[in-house]
Design a protein around this ligand. Structure first.
Ligand code: GUN
Length: 293
């Protein structure tokens, strides 16, 4: 049986570590970390995510501000709101929940966020700092994966890491983080995507396989080397009448058959997913303690 990399447990540990640090800060008379989230419109999934982020702030003892804006808000008004929070010294971290309505430019809004408060790690300045291996806010999912590999003491140095998917928020930063000089890191990295030829031949040589392609159960046992470490970033709802909720969650990896060959694997749910909020809290604490800028 492979090691099951437990993101739920690890995320709970990180939250408790952060809560302990916040207690210390407060007892020393320091500033309580404060996260602000902007939610535009009433997208169901976004409301759930933002709600979970606010709840997590309460759990660790952070202050939080949720700014709800109507979907019809103009781009200019949203940019002004971002500017207002940029200039508010009480707030350490700002996230603008994505997706945004079509009439608003994600690029313009992201670029408006002060890098010093960009705890999502989405601004060009912070992505650039990550690429340079400078102190920065690393985006939630890549940071969560790095933290899981570190805490499970996965040996990465000199290994071949194959990443499937080149999105700006997961695959692309993951390839940079795994190649850079650090721990985890020092991998030989292959970044694969929809145009990659002979994908299976490549994935079969992976010591560490990070899958963020967004296709249910895309990775099958024949694509995986015996003893590989598998990180599954995908999350898909599949209708299942036998479940009380009416659905179950699966990843980008066909878990049961791949697990038989793997040395370690992240499950879905309970793997990478729960780590993302812990990452956001981590970044907000870094910002409040002025550890990046
Ligand atoms: N939408 C989906 N994931 C994220 C995230 O990590 N940050 C923000 N701001 N929006 C998202």
């Amino acid at each position: 049986m492979p090691i099951i990399i437990d993101g739920k447990k690890t995320s709970a540990e990180i939250k408790d570590e952060i809560a302990a640090r916040v207690k210390e800060i407060k007892s020393e008379g320091g500033k309580t970390p404060h996260l602000a989230a902007i939610l535009v419109g009433a997208d169901g999934a976004s409301q759930t995510y933002v709600g979970a982020k606010v709840k997590a702030c309460e759990y660790v003892g952070f202050d939080s501000t949720l700014v709800r804006l109507d979907a019809s808000i103009s781009e200019e008004e949203l940019l002004q709101k971002v500017e207002e929070i940029n200039e508010n010294p009480a707030i350490d971290g700002l996230i603008v929940q994505l997706p945004l309505p079509d009439h608003i430019s994600v690029e313009k809004v992201t670029a408006k966020i002060k890098p010093e408060k960009d705890v999502d790690g989405f601004t060009p300045a912070n992505v650039g700092r990550m690429a340079l291996n400078w102190p920065t806010f690393v985006a939630a999912t890549p940071f969560g994966i790095v933290e899981l590999l570190k805490r499970y003491e996965v040996e990465t140095s000199g290994k071949h890491c194959v990443v499937i998917g080149r999105s700006h928020i997961v695959g692309s930063p993951m390839s940079i983080l795994m190649a850079r000089n650090g721990n985890p890191g020092n991998c030989t990295v292959t970044l694969t995507h929809s145009r990659t030829q002979n994908l299976k031949e490549i994935t079969r040589t992976a010591d560490i396989l990070i899958v963020a392609i967004g296709k249910p159960e895309f990775v099958t046992a024949d694509m995986v080397k015996e003893g590989a470490v598998i990180v599954d970033v995908g999350i898909h709802r599949i209708e299942d009448a036998s479940k009380k909720s009416g659905f179950r969650l699966i990843g980008d990896v066909k878990f049961d058959e791949v697990a038989e060959k793997a040395a370690a694997i992240t499950p879905v749910p309970g793997g990478v997913g729960p780590m993302t909020i812990a990452s956001l809290l981590h970044n907000t604490l870094l910002s409040a303690e002025k550890k990046v800028y």
